[in-house]
Design a protein around this ligand. Structure first.
Ligand SMILES: Cc1cc2nc3c(=O)[nH]c(=O)nc-3n(C[C@H](O)[C@H](O)[C@H](O)COP(=O)(O)OP(=O)(O)OC[C@H]3O[C@@H](n4cnc5c(N)ncnc54)[C@H](O)[C@@H]3O)c2cc1C
Length: 472
């Protein structure tokens, strides 16, 4: 008889683990919301399509790896590389990312010769950073203390610049503040500050500047839809609109869970919910660690197409001040504003903008002020009120309540220190040895390709070790 695996939470990490386990386990997914995908969520607003959550898509092969055992990965998820994905602007400075090194150098040369000169060395460094971190860090799951005792781990960590901040690391290559800001922004992909997060996270720059940024016809949420199709084909039982309220256990084993609709038995449980919130279900205290940022989002339907790039960034003049405000739980006075305009790559849906401002988690919200800041950004992008057909605000409380995250933090604890970056909550519970954790709030961290990869790697390790039979 096949063993039973329960997945709590249908976010990308949980779906990836469920699909991989489904070849050998009877898998059930229990999701609080009406749909799977977690923060990756398609939203229809007055006929306009929006993708909440992941808008910047990178590392297609991480997604393909998970669905490859079920055939035709590239056909099911036909990622298309965007030639000029992201336009950045600060006053008179502007630059559009591209994986074409020469084109980047030419743009940088118009801003600062030294930065242009150093760009090839920077690309070499982030490439080797990514390569050095893939095996010991991104591919590795941490189940127990023994996993940290791998003698090669300290050497691997040291090579990943853990003691330098991202900003200080970038200063070596890019003396010009605007050029640094372009790459400092990658710290926000993990909800952290470039002035605190280790330089290790320069590896995120590798994803976009070396491998590239992609679009998917129909939108990013197609990824969750394809995963769901395959889960159904694999006979995974999906329970939606159902909240897990407690876990049942006997000695050091989880035996199942209780939900708002019933009870389930399991040989192993994978938790894809926010780690801190879930600890409360186990009767444990939550940590006092600094949380990652949240997001203030506006969804805006447009009357007609506008000449924007797929991704657009309007930087604040004082980036340090912006992160100091976030660190102390405040909104920045003049924040950086990001917009995603998928119509630039795929006109199958009407033109619409997803606008995002980094928000502190758990902070009071001044919607009128933020809406005005978005209005100012829209005008800079050539969009006046007359262009807008529909508009909706999704504040950090939406993230907190909809996906049950502590304070609306997107990535659990912030990666603003060496400890919180390299020693995030591990992937197996220290008390219950058949309880596992996957997703943005645990090792190795957030971002859609990373959580999908970690769900896949964890499930492969469970299959390889036949973990459900472990007794110690
Ligand atoms: C505004 C925003 C923008 C983002 N932009 C990008 C981007 O451009 N690129 C990128 O790669 N990533 C981006 N991300 C990050 C990315 O969305 C996440 O890292 C990733 O989707 C998280 O996946 P996860 O596996 O951690 O699960 P989650 O998406 O966190 O899903 C967890 C699921 O568990 C469910 N759940 C929780 N508790 C329970 C319970 N007790 N019972 C049942 N179900 C429960 C929740 O309802 C939820 O559906 C963004 C996120 C946000 C919010």
């Amino acid at each position: 008889m096949r063993k039973k695996a329960l997945i709590i939470g249908g976010g990308l990490g949980g779906l990836s683990a469920a699909l991989t386990l489904s070849t050998e386990y009877d898998v059930q997914i229990i999701e609080k919301n009406a749909q799977l995908g977690g923060k990756m969520r398609a939203i229809n607003l007055d006929g306009f399509h929006f993708d909440f959550g992941p808008n910047t898509l990178t590392m297609p092969h991480y997604f393909w790896d998970v669905i490859a055992p079920f055939g035709e990965p590239e056909k099911r998820l036909p990622f298309k590389k965007i030639a000029l994905p992201t336009h950045h602007q600060l006053d008179d400075f502007e630059l559009v990312f591209t994986t074409d090194q020469q084109a980047m150098i030419e743009q940088l040369a118009k801003i600062d010769h030294k930065s242009a000169q150093n760009y090839p060395a920077f690309i070499r460094e982030i490439t080797s950073l990514y390569k050095r971190s893939e095996k010991p860090f991104l591919q590795k799951t941490f189940f127990s203390f023994a996993d940290y005792c791998d003698p090669s781990l300290p050497a691997s960590i040291i090579q990943m610049h853990p003691f330098t901040t991202l900003s200080a690391f970038l200063e070596k290559y890019f003396p010009h503040p605007f050029v640094r800001q372009l790459f400092e922004r990658f710290a926000t992909y993990i909800g952290s500050s470039p002035f605190e997060a280790p330089a290790t996270f320069a590896l995120i720059a590798y994803f976009e500047l070396v491998e590239g940024t992609y679009s998917l016809e129909g939108g990013a949420s197609k990824i969750a839809a394809v995963f769901e199709e395959l889960l159904i084909a694999q006979h995974v039982v999906i329970h939606t609109d159902e909240l897990v309220t407690s876990l049942n256990h006997l000695n050091n084993k989880i035996t199942g869970c209780t939900t708002t609709k019933g009870h389930y038995e399991a040989d192993l449980v994978i938790c894809n919910a926010d780690y801190d919130v879930f600890q409360q279900l186990l009767g444990r205290k939550t940590t006092k660690k600094q949380r990652s940022t949240s997001a203030y989002v506006e969804l805006i339907g447009l009357k007609s197409p506008v000449p924007l790039h797929h991704h657009n960034v309007l930087f604040s003049a004082d980036y340090k001040k912006e992160f100091q405000a976030l660190h102390t739980g405040h909104y920045a006075e003049n924040p950086t504003v990001y917009s995603c305009y998928p119509y630039a790559s795929d006109s199958s849906n009407p033109p619409a903008l997803f606008v995002l401002i980094n928000a502190p988690s758990n902070a009071p919200l001044a919607v009128e002020k933020l809406t005005l800041q978005v209005d100012t950004a829209l005008l800079k992008w050539g969009i006046s009120k007359q262009h807008i057909v529909t508009r909706q605000v999704l504040p950090p409380s939406f993230i907190a309540e909809e996906f049950l995250t502590a304070g609306g933090a997107i990535y659990g604890q912030a990666s603003n220190s060496l400890k919180n970056s390299f020693f995030r909550p591990r992937n197996r519970d220290s008390q219950f040895n058949n309880l596992y954790y996957v997703g943005g709030s645990v090792h190795p961290g957030g971002g859609s390709p990373i959580v999908v990869k970690s769900g896949y790697e964890m499930a492969k390790r469970i299959l390889k070790n036949n973990e459900a039979t472990l007794t110690n």
